[in-house]
Design a protein around this ligand. Structure first.
Ligand SMILES: Cc1cc2nc3c(=O)[nH]c(=O)nc-3n(C[C@H](O)[C@H](O)[C@H](O)COP(=O)(O)OP(=O)(O)OC[C@H]3O[C@@H](n4cnc5c(N)ncnc54)[C@H](O)[C@@H]3O)c2cc1C
Length: 396
């Protein structure tokens, strides 16, 4: 696909042929709108292709506003309620794409993620969408109710312009903060973007744990009031795994996160163990619930050696409390290079939650990851891309 589009006038120009842009262009096209979809990459939907480990976790059956964060937690409600996970699943099934539920409502393709991209391209064809790939966008202007876009050396104009160029996570795949620049050009505010669903890095005393690289455990992790119960993984740089990626979206620089290494143990379990097994050592007890290397490291850090019966109750209570809320002080994240999404983005305060249209710039829309709506890990981000795209397409 190249930047070959011949007509200068369209009903809508969609910038970014990722998840949201493909969906929006297809739906608007099928509603009879003449749509031009422009991307600077040489092929469409690159993030879809690598998503979900190549199997694309394309939605989550439980997706609702509570699975997203944004400066306005209510903003996503309207779009999510009007295009549901079932709606996207109906589309997937119409194309005969085999799928399975992995866990926690997460739906994946049985086969390659390419099937989702091919489906969206077929939907675009059904809407007679013109697609221009490999087209660097050099200028956007707005005059007399029309947006003029110069890309790949050609100019096109339309009364509607949709920003669907995502966020800057994984720059080596062509991700940019372009949507923010265009939003600012038109006077829209941008909530400070930051890497999210990203591994956290450790330094100082916490760095001792990097010796545990490769060890994982089922934990309950906490940042502020938000908690997630999933696997955490120690890495040579710090912490990763689903629990950590999830909590990273809620973590802010300078804050500690709390990890409960024994989320199934009732309060008082260690004093009860002392009574029941006074000859046992803490290390042995921890090994029953945790990988051996982790149990050993925790025991060393706690400094509780020897038989439980020889420990004071106060010491054991303190050890139990620490195991239930082990504080790590991350010194950063692995950054956009490793972030599955970008939190923050175009401020929802400047957009209509019903149509995703800019309140003060008629005809300008922003959808998908470019907007300050960020989903949890597990298919929620694609569901926001589909739903916000669908909402905008109804208004074009
Ligand atoms: C490794 C990885 C795995 C993921 N797995 C999942 C998953 O399984 N489930 C899930 O729900 N989410 C997943 N995500 C998140 C999901 O991919 C994104 O939230 C989603 O793709 C956002 O859709 P979007 O259309 O807004 O942006 P994108 O899909 O990123 O699309 C943006 C498009 O804009 C184009 N673009 C960027 N800048 C410019 C520019 N200057 N000019 C022209 N075009 C431009 C890009 O080339 C791209 O095609 C994953 C992300 C990553 C990085």
């Amino acid at each position: 696909m190249t930047a070959q589009y011949d007509a200068p006038s369209y009903d809508a120009i969609v910038l970014g042929a990722g998840a949201a842009g493909l969906m929006c262009a297809a739906v608007a096209g099928q509603r009879g709108r003449r749509v031009l979809l422009i991307d600077h990459a040489d092929e469409v939907g690159k993030k879809i292709l690598i998503s979900g480990g190549g199997r694309c976790n394309f939605t989550n059956l439980g997706a609702g506003p509570g699975n997203y964060h944004s400066q306005n937690p209510h903003f996503a409600k309207s779009a999510l309620s009007r295009y549901t996970p079932r709606d996207f699943l109906d589309l997937v099934e119409r194309y005969g794409i085999a799928w399975h539920e992995k866990t926690l409502g997460q739906l994946f393709c049985d086969g390659p993620a390419r099937q989702i991209v091919d489906m969206l391209l077929a939907e675009c064809r059904a809407g007679a969408v013109e697609i221009a790939c490999g087209a660097a966008i050099t200028e956007i202007t707005h005059a007399d109710g029309l947006f003029h876009v110069t890309a790949g050396g050609r100019m096109a104009k339309a009364p509607a312009l949709v920003l669907a160029t995502g966020g800057p996570s994984i720059p080596k795949m062509g991700a940019t903060g372009f949507a923010y620049d265009v939003a600012r050009q038109f006077g829209l505010k941008v909530v400070q973007p930051r890497p999210a669903l990203v591994p956290l890095t450790l330094a100082g005393g916490d760095a001792l744990f990097t010796d545990l690289s490769g060890v994982s455990a089922d934990v309950l992790v906490r940042a502020g009031k938000q908690t997630f119960r999933e696997a955490a993984l120690f890495t040579h740089r710090g912490l990763s795994g689903p629990a950590i990626l999830q909590i990273s979206s809620y973590w802010h620089h300078g804050e500690a996160i709390g990890v409960n290494f024994l989320p199934d143990r009732a309060p008082g379990w260690l004093l009860a163990a002392k009574l029941a097994h006074p000859k046992a050592g803490l290390r042995r007890l921890l090994r029953e619930a945790l990988p051996e290397r982790l149990a050993t490291a925790l025991c060393e850090q706690l400094g509780v050696e020897g038989e439980l019966g020889a420990q004071t109750n106060a010491r054991l209570s303190a050890a139990e409390s620490r195991l239930a809320d082990w504080r790590f002080q991350p010194n950063g994240t692995e950054g956009y290079a490793k972030a599955e999404v970008t939190a923050g983005g175009i401020s929802t305060a400047d957009l209509s939650s019903k149509t995703l249209e800019a309140r003060r710039v008629p005809g300008l829309f922003a959808i998908g990851e470019a907007v300050d709506v960020t989903g949890w890990l597990g298919g929620y981000n694609f569901q926001w891309a589909w739903a916000s795209a669908h909402a905008a397409a109804q208004a074009i």
